[in-house]
Design a protein around this ligand. Structure first.
Ligand code: C2E
Ligand code: MG
Ligand code: MG
Ligand code: MG
Length: 283
C-alpha cells in the first residue's frame, strides 16, 4: 500500500486513478511545499485597446513550476487551493508581485499600464481581505486606480451582501472591479446588480466560436450592448484570430486580450515586447 501511494506521486494529478482523496492530499502537500520553496510566480498577458491596438494593461496569471512535474496549469489546482484555504496565501503572493511589478513599470515612466489580478470568491470571504489589499497597496506604493480585481466565480457564493460590502469599500479607494468569464457562471447577471463593478470580461468560449457560430456572435453583441448601457467597459478574452478581433471591434468591444495580441509571459519579456513598444499589431 505504501509503495502504491509513493507511486502516485509521479502520476499527473488529473489522471483517472480513482484514489481522488489520496491525490488531493498529495496535491495539497505539494502546494504547501511549493509555496515554501517559491515554486509559484506570476506571468502577465497584455490587454490592448480595440481601436488603437495600444497596450493598456496586463492580467497577472499564476504559474507553478513544480519541482518534479514542471509547469502545472492553475486550472488543475485552483479549486483545491480554494477548498483548503491555500488560495489565501497564494492570492496574496500574486497580488503583491503584481502590484510591485506595476509600480516598477510606473517608475520607469510607463504610466498608462493597468494591472488586473484574479481574485477568487474564497479570498473575498476571508475577513482580512480588504486589509490585505490595502496593506499591499501601501507597501508597494501603487496608486489604487491602476489596480483591477477580476472576480472569478468558481464556487457558489452564499454571502453576496458581505462580498459586495467589501468590494464597495475597495472601490471607494479607487480600485476597479471586473467580472471574469462573464456569461458562464449562472449568477453572472445578478452580479451586475449586486456588485460595484466597472467592467466585464466576455468568456473565451463565446469568442472562440464567434467566427462561425451566429448564436455566439449574437451573445457577444448583446453582452457588449448591455454592458455599455450599464456604463461598464468590456474586455474580450481568448482572442486568437484577426477575424475574431475584427468582429469584436465591429461590436464596439473596448479591450482585447488573447494569444493574437499577446501571450502571457514573464515581466521582462512583456516589458520588452509590448510595454516598451506601447503598441501591438499582432501576436
Ligand atoms: P482567466 O482569469 O479567465 O485567465 C485567462 C486564461 O486564458 C489564462 O489561462 C490565459 O493564459 C488563457 N488565455 C489567454 N488568451 C488565450 C487565448 O487566446 N487562447 C487560449 N486558449 N487561452 C488564452 P491560465 O493562465 O491557465 O489561467 C486559467 C485560470 O486560472 C484563469 O482564467 C483564472 O480563472 C485562474 N487563475 C489564474 N491565475 C490566478 C490567480 O492568481 N488567482 C486565482 N484565484 N485564479 C487564477
Ligand atoms: Mg482573469
Ligand atoms: Mg477570464
Ligand atoms: Mg476564462
Amino acid at each position: 500500500y505504501h509503495s502504491k501511494i509513493h507511486g502516485m506521486k509521479y502520476e499527473m494529478y488529473n489522471s483517472d486513478m480513482g484514489h481522488s482523496i489520496c491525490k488531493k492530499v498529495i496535491l495539497e502537500n505539494d502546494i504547501r511545499k511549493g509555496l515554501e520553496n517559491k515554486e509559484f510566480y506570476v506571468h502577465y498577458q497584455p490587454q490592448v485597446d480595440a481601436k488603437s491596438n495600444k497596450i493598456i494593461g496586463v492580467e497577472a496569471l499564476l504559474r507553478w513550476n513544480h519541482h518534479t512535474k514542471g509547469i502545472i496549469s492553475p486550472l488543475e489546482y485552483i479549486s483545491l487551493a480554494e477548498e483548503t484555504g491555500l488560495i489565501i496565501p497564494i492570492g496574496e503572493m500574486v497580488l503583491r508581485e503584481a502590484c510591485k511589478q506595476n509600480k516598477t513599470w510606473q517608475e520607469k515612466g510607463y504610466e498608462n499600464i493597468k494591472m488586473s489580478v484574479n481574485i477568487s470568491i474564497r479570498q473575498l470571504q476571508n475577513n482580512d481581505f480588504v486589509n490585505m489589499v490595502l496593506n499591499i497597496l501601501e507597501e508597494t506604493k501603487l496608486d489604487p486606480k491602476y489596480l483591477t480585481l477580476e472576480i472569478v466565480e468558481t464556487l457558489v457564493a452564499k454571502n453576496m451582501a458581505d462580498i459586495s460590502a467589501k468590494l464597495n469599500q475597495l472601490k471607494e479607494y479607487g480600485i476597479n472591479i471586473s467580472i471574469d468569464d462573464f456569461g458562464t457562471g449562472y449568477s453572472s447577471l445578478s452580479y451586475l446588480n449586486d456588485l460595484p463593478i466597472n467592467s466585464i470580461k466576455i468568456d473565451r468560449s463565446f469568442v472562440s466560436h464567434s467566427t462561425y457560430n451566429t448564436k455566439d456572435q449574437a451573445i457577444i453583441s448583446m453582452i457588449i450592448t448591455m454592458a455599455h448601457s450599464l456604463n461598464l467597459s468590456v474586455v474580450a478574452e481568448g482572442v486568437e484570430t484577426n477575424q475574431q478581433l475584427e468582429f469584436l471591434r465591429k461590436c464596439g468591444c473596448d479591450f482585447i486580450q488573447g494569444y493574437f495580441t499577446g501571450k502571457p509571459n514573464g515581466p521582462i519579456e512583456i516589458e520588452k515586447n509590448y510595454i516598451q513598444k506601447l503598441e501591438v499589431t499582432q501576436g
